[in-house]
Structure formats: C-alpha cells, structure tokens
Design a protein around this ligand. Structure first.
Ligand SMILES: [Zn+2]
Length: 146
C-alpha cells in the first residue's frame, strides 16, 4: 500500500474515526496517512462507499457510532489483514487482492447455500458484499496491480 504525500514523504495505511455532521461517527475507516506531515486521506478504493454510507445515515437521521468494516466488505478484509498478528511482511496490494479473492470464494459458497435454501434476503445481502470486492479486484486486474 504505497502512496506518496504531497510533501514527498511516504503515506502508510491506517484506520481512523471519521466524524461527520449531525453526530454521525464512523470508526475504522481505512486511510492513508503521511509519516511526516500528518496529512491523511480516505483510501480511494472505499471513498465512494463511505460517502454513500454517510449520505444514507444522514437520510435516515441516524446518529451514533458505526464500524465501517461491519458494513463494508473491502474494509473488513483490509482490517482483518491489518490487525493480523501473523502478518510478517508489510501489507501490500497484492496481498489485499489475494485476500479479497479468498473472501469472494467464501461468499460464492455462501451464495450457493442461500440459493439452495431459496433465501432471497440472504442472497441479496451476499450480492451486495460480493459487489464491493469484485469491483475492487477487477479494477486492480485492469491497472496491473501496482
Ligand atoms: Zn506529508
């Protein structure tokens, strides 16, 4: 997960509490933060999902704390990797893509179960979770996984 800050220093992956208007708080949002100047930005791969979520919460008049990995599959995979004590190397994008592919396979198995039991709600829920991941993975494949 490499990216350079405007100041020229390296940015690294972290997670942060984002406080939005009307008391909406979303915790464990993946961000890239500068090692030097304290600038940070929401990870571009989840940015539009986060904005959608904030908009939705505002519409529903929701307040309080949401854990982003609980509502976003990509953030969940990322957070799992980030907090994995067995992880020895620096987290990189290729590892993330591999983990996403594993999660996709798992979800496809689950989808099969949901289909067998003809559970439409469950199937829809899995479809949403799959979409976030396959979006991310297919974009990476086109751009040649940097
Ligand atoms: Zn900087």
């Amino acid at each position: 997960m490499r990216k350079l800050c405007r100041c020229g220093h390296r940015m690294s992956l972290g997670f942060r509490l984002v406080i939005y208007k009307n008391g909406i708080q979303v915790d464990r949002v993946p961000i890239m933060e500068c090692d030097d100047c304290e600038r940070y930005e929401v990870l571009s791969a989840v940015k539009s999902d986060l904005l959608d979520l904030l908009f939705q919460l505002e519409e529903q008049g929701e307040t309080g704390l949401i854990l982003f990995p609980e509502v976003n599959e990509l953030a969940d995979v990322l957070y799992g990797l980030f907090t994995d004590p067995m992880l020895e190397a620096d987290l990189n994008e290729a590892m993330l893509v591999t983990s996403c592919e594993e999660r996709i396979n798992l979800l496809l198995d689950l989808y099969g179960c949901a289909q067998k039991s003809n559970d439409k709600n469950w199937m829809n829920e899995i479809t949403v979770r799959l979409a976030t991941l396959s979006n991310f993975v297919s974009k990476r494949q086109f751009s040649g996984a940097k």
